[in-house]
Design a protein around this ligand. Structure first.
Ligand code: NAD
Ligand code: DAU
Length: 353
């Protein structure tokens, strides 16, 4: 089957990497991106595919039911890869409303429009609604607890993760109630090219390049599981083609690292790859700052289901992925410098006050 995809949030970090992946592997398939171009969306992330005949960018909001209905019909969409979201935990603490609106109401609007479209077409079995979600819905783990599986109870702790949990439940309910062929993926922390400067890894790279402090929250011993974004995109490709409707798949890198260790690894790559750093070695810039409110201590993913059932495993090691990422930020100053806008500086002052 040649698929016709609607990629929501395709101008963001993972969405744009996914569009590049898809058009490389399936160069003749139709890809329509719907993105509201919030502060995190950037047309430049899609520059290299803009001119393709089988690609189309639509600026619009996933809460706009009329627009979505028109798009689904006009473009004969059979597959939605739903990335659009408010994605940053710290921003959800400062202003949770936008998270409920986009992540819950927006996902509902998209789901319901897709349901009617799918029903009007006679409920084709090969249609797909892929909901790209997060491991944060499972809450926080103690240092010795087993990793999250697909049956771990939901216990979201931040407005961001609560809004993603709400959207997961709606997606699940649409399969259970209407038979809509939905799939949910819950993935750990991604890193790689085109990630907005607010997130840990780009923030550390950019601050080191500017000789600014590297702010580590609390005692720096919170643990995250890190996955290279290209591996995530490959996993989503496999899920779209081979995943079972109604199922959930956990996706992870099997790379649990304490934040302070990750920042030290990044500093080592920066010292090696950017010898003209304003402050060298970069480790001198590490500064412990006040903790994030409600900061989850540890996330860990058990990805054995997607491995055994669909044959996916990550291929990029953390050392390879961090090196590639540091190199990307070093060589793409023209991409990130304009993002350090007045709005971004105001946000930064609030979080790191
Ligand atoms: P991002 O913030 O970089 O990009 C989000 C994109 O969605 C942006 O392009 C933005 O303009 C768009 N958007 C926001 N609100 C919208 C709306 N109302 N209508 C249309 N478009 C809108 O996010 P990301 O890090 O690429 O994450 C993508 C998805 O993956 C999210 O759903 C997130 O919850 C999930 N996820 C992220 C990670 C991670 O580590 N970044 C891990 C697991 C899951
Ligand atoms: O686990 C998946 C989630 O990963 C996704 O669902 C989210 O969309 C994504 O933003 C990410 O959430 P985190 O909160 O884990 O990512 P962030 O990069 O903000 O922070 C990673 C860790 O680093 C976290 O423990 C907080 C810490 N941190 C973060 C920043 C920005 C710091 O110590 N200092 C910082 O300045």
């Amino acid at each position: 089957m040649s698929r016709r995809l609607l990629v929501t949030g395709g101008a963001g970090f993972i969405g744009s990497n996914f569009v590049h992946h898809w058009l490389k592997v399936y160069p003749n398939e139709r890809v329509v991106v719907l993105d509201a171009l919030t502060y995190a969306g950037n047309r430049r992330n899609l520059e290299s595919v803009e001119e393709r005949e089988n690609f189309c960018f639509v600026e619009g909001n996933i809460c706009d039911r009329t627009l979505i209905t028109e798009l689904l019909q006009a473009e004969h969409i059979d597959t939605i890869a739903h990335f659009a979201a408010e994605s940053h935990v710290d921003r959800s603490i400062l202003g949770p409303g936008a998270f409920v609106q986009t992540n819950v109401v927006g996902t509902f609007t998209l789901l319901d429009a897709f349901r009617l479209h799918w029903e009007a077409k006679g409920q084709p079995r090969d249609y797909r609604f892929l909901h790209v979600s997060t491991d944060e819905v499972y809450g926080s783990l103690s240092p010795t607890a087993p990793a999250f599986t697909e049956s771990t109870p939901y216990a979201p702790n931040s407005p961001y993760s609560a809004s993603k949990a709400g959207s997961d439940h709606l997606v699940r309910a649409y399969h259970h109630t209407y038979g809509l062929p939905t799939i949910i993926t819950n993935c750990s922390n991604n890193y790689g090219s085109y990630q907005f400067p607010e997130k840990l890894i780009p923030l550390m790279c950019i601050n080191a390049l500017m000789g600014k402090p590297l702010p580590v929250y609390g005692d720096g011993k919170n643990v995250r599981d890190w996955l290279y974004v290209g591996d995530h995109c490959q996993a989503l490709d496999v899920v779209i083609h081979s995943g079972q409707p109604g199922e959930t798949y956990n996706i992870g890198g099997n790379n649990e690292v304490e934040n302070i260790n990750l920042v030290q690894m990044l500093c080592q790559f920066m010292n090696e790859l950017a010898p003209n750093l304003p402050v060298h070695p970069a480790e001198q810039l590490i500064t412990f700052v006040k903790d994030r409110p409600g900061h989850d201590r540890r996330y860990a993913i058990d990805a054995s289901k997607i491995k055994t059932q669909l044959g996916w495993t990550p291929s990029v090691t953390i050392a390879e992925g961090l090196r590639l990422t540091v190199e990307w930020y070093l060589t793409h100053r023209d991409w990130w410098e304009p993002l350090l806008s007045e709005e971004y500086q105001a946000y930064y002052r609030k979080v790191y006050a």
